[in-house]
Design a protein around this ligand. Structure first.
Ligand code: GLY
Length: 361
């Protein structure tokens, strides 16, 4: 795969349609925003304290220079901010400060911020416009695109949510340089997932050597992965069918996150989920042992875990509470080759045996 670090713009044909801008810098965002929603306008910038301290003041100053009026809502970093109480505080503050339907919400941060701000924008006065500025690799590749917004409940991850497509997505490159190793690995897990799901050439590229923050093909690879995500979103914006394939590796991942009370990072959990479902697929005779080994090797080469210490009973209980579970059972996404996956429904009666096939006891 060839490609450079020049910016790329990908169009998403949903309602509303919007563009995902990759490879631009933070300083480009005020001008880019003017093209989407002109000032003067009040912008509620939602961020976490850590991200805002790094990037917020410059972005705020740049937006004010263009004529936007800024108000900043900060929450603590981490999954604990993706909850009903934090969201309710935000709603009360917006109401007290007279946020209007023609104002704009700007989410500056990773997936937690995108989900929280997105759900707030979906719910407040039944919906106000929102722009996503993802600052992590994971959020740029996944959460910022496609309109899923969510909060966690004590009973499970993302159990409250809404579909709310943004007006635009701006992915600044410089924020990727301040990511912790775990945050970087979170994005890599999503990339490996996309490759296993639909892109053998991307898998070959990842197999040839781990992607790093300085890889010259970083923006091209991000664009390729986001392009795949867009195809699924356009085909099935509200996840009634094929979009669920993006959940490859995520059923076990959400159970692990839930069991660990989010101490295990999303990407680490997805990597374990991918390794698990690959083992199941090999044991069912649906994936060749060679491809199963390749998936586990690529995950390991990218610094990602491939096993969990949680036992089958704990994970079984969490899986049954997952929002992907139905009255009939659980719909798994099973890899049958690198770049090809199928639906694989499993009844509750068959779930323990299914988990055992993936090495859980
Ligand atoms: N994260 C999976 C999706 O957006 O559908």
């Amino acid at each position: 795969m060839a490609g450079g670090r020049e910016g790329q713009v990908l169009q998403v044909h949903t309602e509303p349609a919007y563009a995902v801008n990759l490879g631009l810098s933070l300083a480009d965002i005020p001008d880019a925003l003017v093209d989407v929603l002109a000032p003067p306008r009040q912008v509620r910038l939602v961020s976490d304290e850590r991200v805002y301290a790094l990037y917020g003041p410059d972005l705020t100053a740049g937006l004010e220079e263009k004529g936007y009026r800024l108000a900043v809502d900060l929450v603590p970093p981490g999954e604990s901010s993706k909850t009903i109480p934090v969201w309710a505080d935000l709603m009360n503050r917006w109401a007290a400060e007279n946020v209007h339907r023609d104002d704009l919400v700007l989410a500056l941060g990773g997936g937690v911020i995108g989900d929280l701000a997105g759900f707030a924008a979906a719910a407040y006065v039944r919906g106000i416009a929102m722009v996503q500025v993802p600052t992590t690799l994971l959020a740029a590749l996944d959460a910022s695109v496609g309109g899923k917004t969510a909060l966690n409940l004590p009973a499970g991850k993302n159990l409250v949510g809404a579909f709310k497509q943004p007006l635009a997505v701006f992915c600044p490159t410089e924020t990727l340089t301040s990511l912790s190793p775990t945050d970087w690995e979170n994005g890599l897990a999503e990339l490996v997932k996309t490759a296993v799901l639909t892109d053998p050439a991307l898998f070959d590229r990842l197999e040839a050597g781990p992607l790093t923050g300085t890889s010259p093909d970083l923006t091209a690879i991000m664009a390729r992965a986001v392009g795949h995500k867009i195809r699924y979103v356009e085909a099935d914006p509200c996840e009634r069918g094929i979009r669920a394939h993006l959940n490859l590796g995520h059923t076990l991942a959400h159970a692990i996150e839930q069991a660990s009370d989010h101490a295990i990072a999303h990407g680490h959990a997805v990597a374990i989920g991918l390794a698990f479902i690959s083992r199941v697929a090999v044991n069912l005779g649906r994936l060749s042992p060679e491809d199963g080994d390749r998936i586990i090797r690529v995950l390991t080469a990218h610094g990602l875990p491939v096993t969990t210490g949680y036992d089958r009973a704990t994970l079984l209980a969490a899986i049954q509470r997952d929002k992907k579970a139905t009255a009939a059972g659980v719909r798994w996404i099973l890899p049958v080759a690198i770049g090809s996956c199928i639906d694989y429904p499993v009844s509750y009666a068959d779930l323990p045996g299914f988990l055992e096939k993936g090495g859980l006891s």
